[in-house]
Design a protein around this ligand. Structure first.
Ligand code: SF4
Length: 298
C-alpha cells in the first residue's frame, strides 16, 4: 500500500527516487534508478524531474544537488551520514595544501561539498583507477579513503599520499575471512570492494566498485561468489542471477547509516518535501568543477 502511495505521489510531484545499492531491498524496489555513486551522479545530472529523492547518505544527496542545482534534492533521513566523509574537513585539507602545494588533490566522492571545492578532481570507486592512473607522473594526495589509495599506490607504484580515513564496514575485512570462506566454498570467486585493506584485496579474484562487482558476477560463468562489500548488493545480485550463489565475506557487512531509510521516510519526504539539501552557491560552483572533471574523465 505504502509502495503504491509513494509511486502515485512521485508521479504527481514529478519526482524521481534514486537509491544506492546499499539501501534496503524495499527501497531499491520502489526506486526509479538503483546504482553506485557514479551511476547515480550521472543520472542526477541529466534526469528530467523537479524533485530528486536521494535514498543513501547525505554526501550523495549533496553531490546530486551540486550537479543539478535547479532541482529540489531531498534526503529522507537527515541523520544518514557516511562516517568516512566526516574524516576529512575543509580546514584540515586547507592546512595540508598549504604544506604540500605541489600535490594534486584527488577526492573520493565520499566527502562533503566544501572538501570537493578544494580538490582538483573527484573520483568514485568505479573510475578511481582510470583517473588516478592519468596523474601517474605527478605527486598526488588522495582523500579520504586510505584503503583505495593504498591499493592503487601499490598496483601502479604511484607517488600518492593517502589521508587516514576509511569505511568502517570494509576496513574490518580480514585475511582470515577470506581463508575461512574459501574453505567453505572452494569453487567460489572472491569479489571485493577497494575500500578494504590491501592485504585482503591481494587475495581477491576481482577488485572493483559495487557496480563492477555486480557486472563481474553477472557476466562470469562461475556459479559461486564470495562478496566483500555491503550486504545491500545481494539484492541486485540475486535478482540478476537467480541461479547463482552469493556468500558474504563476513557477517559485519551492514552499513548502519545506509539502512536508516525506510519506506515511511520516503513517503514523508515526498509528502512534506523534507529534508532539503542546500549547498551555498560559492561552494557549489567550485565543487561542481571537480565533479565535472571526473565525469569528463570517466
Ligand atoms: S558503506 Fe562505508 S563508505 Fe559507504 S556509506 Fe557506509 S560507511 Fe560510508
Amino acid at each position: 500500500m505504502l509502495k503504491e502511495d509513494i509511486i502515485a505521489l512521485k508521479k504527481s510531484k514529478n519526482a524521481v527516487i534514486l537509491a544506492h545499492y546499499y539501501q534496503d531491498s524495499q527501497i531499491q524496489d520502489v526506486a526509479d534508478y538503483v546504482g553506485d555513486s557514479l551511476e547515480l551522479s550521472r543520472i542526477a545530472a541529466k534526469v528530467d524531474a523537479d524533485i530528486i529523492i536521494f535514498c543513501g547518505v547525505n554526501f550523495m544527496a549533496e553531490t546530486a544537488k551540486i550537479l543539478a542545482p535547479s532541482k529540489k534534492v531531498l534526503l529522507p533521513v537527515k541523520e544518514a551520514k557516511c562516517p568516512m566523509a566526516m574524516m576529512v574537513t575543509a580546514e584540515k585539507l586547507k592546512a595540508y595544501k598549504l604544506a604540500h602545494p605541489d600535490r594534486i588533490v584527488i577526492c573520493y566522492v565520499n566527502s562533503y561539498a566544501d572538501v570537493k571545492a578544494l580538490s582538483d578532481v573527484c573520483v568514485t570507486s568505479s573510475n578511481a583507477e582510470k583517473i588516478i592512473k592519468s596523474y601517474k607522473n605527478q605527486k598526488i594526495l588522495y582523500i579520504p579513503d586510505k584503503n583505495l589509495g593504498l591499493y592503487l599506490k601499490d598496483k601502479y607504484q604511484l607517488d600518492i599520499d593517502v589521508w587516514p580515513g576509511f569505511c568502517c564496514i570494509h576496513n574490518n575485512l580480514r585475511i582470515e575471512d577470506v581463508i575461512q570462506m574459501k574453505e567453505k566454498h572452494p569453487n567460489a570467486l572472491v569479489l571485493i570492494h577497494p575500500e578494504s585493506p590491501l592485504e585482503v584485496l591481494k587475495l581477491a579474484d576481482y577488485v572493483g566498485s559495487t557496480k563492477g562487482i555486480v557486472d563481474f558476477a553477472t557476466k562470469s560463468e562461475n556459479k559461486d561468489f564470495i562478496i566483500g562489500t555491503e550486504e545491500g548488493i545481494l539484492h541486485p545480485l540475486k535478482k540478476l542471477n537467480p541461479h547463482k550463489s552469493f556468500y558474504l565475506l563476513n557477517q559485519g557487512l551492514t552499513c548502519f547509516d545506509m539502512k536508516l531509510t525506510r519506506l515511511e521516510d520516503v513517503y514523508t519526504a515526498l509528502l512534506d518535501e523534507t529534508f532539503e539539501i542546500i549547498v551555498p552557491e560559492n561552494i557549489r560552483i567550485k565543487a561542481y568543477e571537480s565533479l565535472k572533471k571526473m565525469l569528463e574523465m570517466s
